[in-house]
Design a protein around this ligand. Structure first.
Ligand code: CA
Length: 403
């Protein structure tokens, strides 16, 4: 089925994708929209004019109210949108509510409740192990038994396009006797996929892998900005803290989980077999191809299908102790790195800890410099051999605050 919207087919935003976001135009209040081709559908007035049940959820400046309604409502709205955007007879009704994407401002798509970041790439975990502990086994003993993660800072998750100020902090070189307080010299990126929780769960109850699609509304690309020198000094023994909490960038378009139904692939293989609460039957991996661009040059192409742990396993592990889910929870996969050097998802790996700088348009680079612009993009298989384009994540590095 094709949409009557001109240019939608083949754009990565055809009628089988329909990502949601929050937009505003002129002096209007931000509200929920859905993307088709190079247009945003202004959902609130369209849904109201069609007397769609629950239309008011689209009048708010976040997706949370809509996401809280749960899977039946998400599927019903998606089916309705599909009808409206493919049936030529609906064109007259919908057309007045289309606005060119180039004429609107995009905002944070949802209010982040809790934020969790995992560490689910075997290749990333192995690379960092080799970089930091070259004489030891790269993986810690727990790594193949559970998806390792930590709780991050929800309040500093920012939308694509938000500048990132180089963080100050404590760093200590191996030669120095004591730490210095200064701007990080090892500012890095981590290309990740994020999963957005819509339907909450009760405290004291775990959410099994089979309930993944009942709770997860959609996915966003994530850049988990990281200060490696601050991280190295502060994170023993308790893990990431200020090295990560200054900013995490996400796409402004949330791709509904339903749009990824053609993207499921088998996991690369788990050995040993996980404990029963982490078991998954069907293909549980996702074939999402990511691209990292630094100052206009693509430096890496991490393949998400190489991730060891599936998103359903991350959710099951996150709740196995009875921790409840809230609408707006965001959990990210951890850095996506494939087996090849050109598939590494961080500059730490691309420069092998800074010891082997990589080429960037004729210069040698290791970590981020002021003025650098990083853009993450991703595509996935859509219906009928098409490809969908996930919303990009862009960010520019600004100099540290020296006051
Ligand atoms: Ca991370």
């Amino acid at each position: 089925m094709k949409s009557w919207v001109a240019g939608a087919e083949g754009s990565g935003y055809d009628v089988t994708h329909l990502p949601y976001g929050v937009f505003s135009s002129g002096d209007d209040e931000p509200r929920v929209g859905v993307r088709i081709g190079d247009f945003v559908v202004d959902l609130a007035p369209l849904a109201a004019s069609e007397m769609l049940e629950g239309a008011h959820v689209f009048e708010t400046r976040s997706l949370n109210a809509f996401m809280a309604l749960g899977r039946p409502a998400w599927d019903s709205v998606r089916g309705w949108l599909f009808e409206m955007l493919t049936d030529e007879e609906e064109r007259e009704t919908v057309e007045p509510f289309l606005q060119p994407v180039s004429e609107v401002v995009m905002h944070m798509p949802f209010e982040v409740a809790d934020y969790v970041d995992f560490y689910c790439s075997l290749h990333h975990a192995s690379n960092t192990g080799r970089i930091f502990r070259p004489d030891a086994e790269p993986l810690r003993p727990n790594w193949r038994h559970l998806p390792v993660g930590y709780h991050g800072r929800a309040g500093t998750v920012v939308p694509s396009g938000t500048p990132v100020v180089r963080p100050n902090g404590q760093r200590k070189s191996e030669q120095a006797e004591s730490p210095a307080y200064e701007p990080t010299r090892r500012l890095d990126i981590e290309a990740e996929l994020g999963f957005v929780v819509g339907a909450p769960s009760a405290r004291g109850r775990s959410v099994g892998t089979a309930a993944f699609a009942d709770h997860v509304f959609g996915v966003v690309l994530v850049n988990d900005w990281s200060a490696r020198d601050i991280q190295g000094w502060e994170s023993v023994p308790l893990g990431p803290f200020l090295a990560k909490s200054f900013a995490t960038s996400i796409a402004t378009w949330v791709t509904p989980l339903a749009a990824l139904s053609s993207a499921y692939v088998d996991l690369p293989g788990q050995d040993p077999e996980p404990l029963p609460y982490l078991a998954v039957d069907d293909p549980a991996g996702l074939d999402v191809e990511v691209e990292i661009e630094l100052n206009g040059t693509v430096v890496s192409r991490p393949p998400y299908r190489t991730m060891y742990w599936s998103p359903a396993q991350m959710l099951a592990h996150l709740t196995v102790n009875g921790a409840s889910l809230r609408t707006g929870d965001l959990y990210a996969s951890g850095t996506i790195s494939g087996p090849d050097p050109g598939q590494r998802g961080s500059l730490l790996e691309l420069s092998w800890g800074g010891r082997e700088p990589f080429d960037l348009a004729g210069t040698k680079r290791s970590f981020l410099e002021d003025g650098d612009v990083v853009v993450l993009r991703a595509t996935a298989p859509g219906a009928d051999d098409t490809r969908i384009l996930l919303g990009e994540v862009a960010g520019r590095i600004e100099p540290a605050d020296r006051d």
